[in-house]
Write a protein that binds this ligand. Structure first.
Ligand code: COA
Ligand code: AMP
Length: 638
């Protein structure tokens, strides 16, 4: 049995023993006696009677162990020209003073703080400052519009919102403060205070009751770490579900700290002092786990990069960072590499830099398509590791384990389940699938530490979304299969969630926005293949009787409405006006059939269809607008 297989088998057969050993990796205040227990929903609960402070484990502990002068964060912002180096001691001090400032505003253990910031070190400082005093942070990605921010404020009910005066996208300055003002105005719940980090590119005028970050940080109070239970929520991170309302994924503290500390070694093969570069955003789970908490828990240096893979200034941006900071492990989404490949197919930029320090490249957020895998493998002479995970799990479910032993890579596969994750594929009839048979990907309970402990204030939704379909299992929402060698292939979502440029979005939410327009009678949004972004959303709209016929004007209005309501991150740029949509006799729009057509795949018209000729409308509209590969779609052979 290989080292990997032995480790995985032990983690599944003896989870409490396995995780008790891994728990030694972090400095607890009180080491847990109960390792694994169960909550009311028969969901695993970890380290229930342990206590700790994750900010202490990530910062103070290293300073006390003599690593205070080691680099914790490299900030590199090609969009502003700024660079900054923060040692563990400097970061600890800044975090402690901001935490002190927050305490002065009345923030304490269990209070929520919403953070809406661009990729600046202050975003990381704000997160750690909350953790230091036991407050629960909820970071909202800057590409979301005011209504999305308002929804999260209303659900999390934060005492304080922390933001910045602006973000910078390539060379466009995007004011953040007006979005925050609008969101607070829209939200029924009103936070007590707003803290704004002023940036030189555009300062924001502050009103009464609003606080300047710098003044807050200089308030002179150094906050000590507050001891919390292992099960205390560290953060809420909202993610798209199938309905219009985002789900507030709740992460505990102790289990998360142990899982991340374990993964930094087992999955990423990193040691204290190593440099890792995760090109994502703190607004996503990848940013939470592997820009902020994971690297710092392990005593690594993490690069905070404010820029794009291309155009800031060119397709060599990532290679420069790897060279300049001697990056050992680099992690981003496949779409970022496709953007580089598009600009620089021969990878000429790569030759300008030394990548001698680089040992592994990790990708996640969407499946690493084989052409991009092969291109990367040719361009970079290091293992390219596709690993699969979700906001809910907080860390990878499947990976090629650089810190245990690397298996030969297979293009398109996320390799093996990570120790702790018992992955099974279940077919349509509820039976366990054989090798090579695609089905629903499930994780058998107990889920390992680090995974979600619930949905914020919504246990019923937690149960219905993840637990109800297959008792004793967690439903991932992904489809996939194991091959004959036990390699896991994740083939895509089985629900209405899509992945656009590695960003998870709900088509249901977009339909809600389109449906709210007064000229729209019915609509459907599907995700179709996009060479750069993996997927992109396309809307189909049936106008109401009395529509004036100006299709271009309606299309533009709907695109603008999605941008203003959900945000530019939705990348919603195409609407097709149609007279009819294919539906079942009970009135359900056949979205899956539309997706199959758009993918140019063989299709079967279901016997439940109300009017088979209705398909023609959608097909003609797609063909006319050059959407997908509809012209290649053919009826399946019977
Ligand atoms: N604040 C404000 N606006 C933002 C934003 C932010 N933080 N992030 C993105 N946007 C805007 C973009 O400016 C763009 O606006 P536009 O329609 O006016 O051009 C829109 O949202 C869509 O952004 P994006 O999907 O990122 O497209 P892009 O063309 O700007 O860049 C990539 C494409 C592939 C280069 C980029 O998506 C990328 O680097 N992705 C990496 C993936 C990643 O970080 N995934 C996270 C999980 S690992
Ligand atoms: P998010 O919660 O935003 O991280 O998105 C999670 C979803 O992204 C998963 O459910 C998958 O559909 C998809 N995903 C993430 N990583 C991978 C991967 N390596 N391979 C295939 N799909 C992935």
């Amino acid at each position: 049995m290989s080292r990997y297989h032995a480790t995985h088998a032990y983690s599944i057969e003896s989870p409490a023993e396995f995780w008790q050993e891994q728990a030694q990796r972090i400095p607890w205040k009180r080491f847990p006696e109960t390792i694994l227990s169960w909550d009311e929903q028969r969901h695993a609960r970890w380290f229930e009677d342990g206590t700790l402070n994750i900010c202490y484990a990530a910062l103070d502990h290293h300073v006390e162990k003599g690593r205070g002068e080691q680099v914790a964060l490299y900030y590199d912002s090609p969009v502003t020209g700024a660079r900054e180096v923060l040692t563990y001691r400097a970061l600890r001090d800044r975090v402690a003073y901001v935490a002190g400032g927050l305490e002065k505003l009345g923030v304490g253990k269990g209070d929520r703080v919403v953070i809406y910031m661009p990729m600046v070190p202050e975003a990381v400082i704000a997160m750690l400052a909350c953790a230091r005093i036991g407050a629960v942070h909820s970071v909202v990605f800057g590409g979301f519009a005011a209504r999305e921010l308002a929804l999260r404020i209303e659900d999390a009910e934060p005492k304080v919102v922390i933001s910045a005066s602006c973000g910078i996208e390539v060379n466009t300055v995007l004011p953040y403060k007006p979005i925050v003002d609008q969101a607070i105005a829209q939200s029924v719940f009103k936070p007590e205070a707003l803290v704004v980090f002023q940036r030189e590119a555009e300062r924001a005028p502050l009103n009464e009751g609003e606080h300047d970050w710098q003044t807050l940080e200089q308030s002179g109070v150094f906050a000590e770490c507050v001891e919390v239970e292992a099960t205390h929520p560290l953060y809420i991170l909202y993610t798209s579900g199938t309905t219009g309302k985002p789900k507030g994924v709740v992460r505990d503290t102790g289990g998360y700290a142990v899982a991340l500390a374990y993964s930094m070694e087992a999955v990423y093969g990193l040691a204290p002092g190593d440099v890792c570069f995760t090109a994502s955003d703190v607004g996503w789970v990848v940013g939470h786990s592997y820009i902020v908490y994971g690297p710092l828990l392990r005593g690594c240096a993490s690069v905070v990069y404010e820029g794009k893979p291309v155009k800031t200034p060119d397709a060599g941006s990532f290679w420069r960072i790897i060279d300049e900071y001697r990056v050992k492990s680099f992690f981003t989404a496949p779409t970022a590499f496709r953007a580089i490949k598009k600009e620089d197919p021969e990878a000429l930029e790569r030759r300008r830099y030394s990548l001698a320090s680089l040992e592994h490249v990790f990708v996640a957020g969407e499946r690493l398509d084989p052409p991009t895998f092969h291109w990367l493998s040719d361009v970079l002479n290091v293992p390219i590791i596709d690993h699969w995970w979700q906001t809910e799990t907080g860390w990878p479910i499947a990976a090629n384990l650089a810190g245990i032993e690397l298996a030969p890579a297979k293009a398109g596969s996320a390799t093996y389940p990570v120790p702790g994750f018992n992955v099974e594929i279940i077919g349509r009839e509820g039976e366990k699938s054989a090798a090579m048979e695609e089905g629903s990907v499930l994780i058998k309970q107990p889920l390992p530490p680090g995974c979600l402990s619930g949905i914020w204030r919504d246990p019923a939704r937690f149960h219905s979304a993840y637990m109800a379909a297959f008792p004793g299992y967690y439903l991932t929402g992904d489809g996939g299969y194991f091959d004959d060698d036990g390699y896991l292939f994740i083939m895509g979502r089985t629900d209405d969630v899509i992945n656009v440029a590695g960003h998870r979005l709900s088509t249901g939410e977009m339909e809600g926005v389109l449906g709210a327009h007064p000229a729209v009678a019915e609509c459907a949004v599907i995700g179709i293949h996009d060479d750069l972004k993996g997927q992109r959303p396309v809307g189909f709209v049936i106008p109401k009787d009395g529509f004036d016929g100006d299709e271009a004007a309606l299309e533009a209005a709907l695109i603008q409405q999605v941008r203003e309501t959900i945000g530019p991150v939705a990348a919603f740029k195409q609407v097709l006006i149609v007279n009819r949509l294919p539906k079942t006799r009970s009135g359900k729009i056949l979205r899956k059939l539309l997706r199959t057509l758009a993918d140019g795949k063989p299709y079967t018209v279901p016997s439940t269809i109300d009017d088979p000729t209705s398909l023609d409308d959608a097909q003609v509209a797609m063909s006319r607008h050059g959407v997908g590969r509809v012209d290649e779609a053919r009826p399946a052979e019977q």
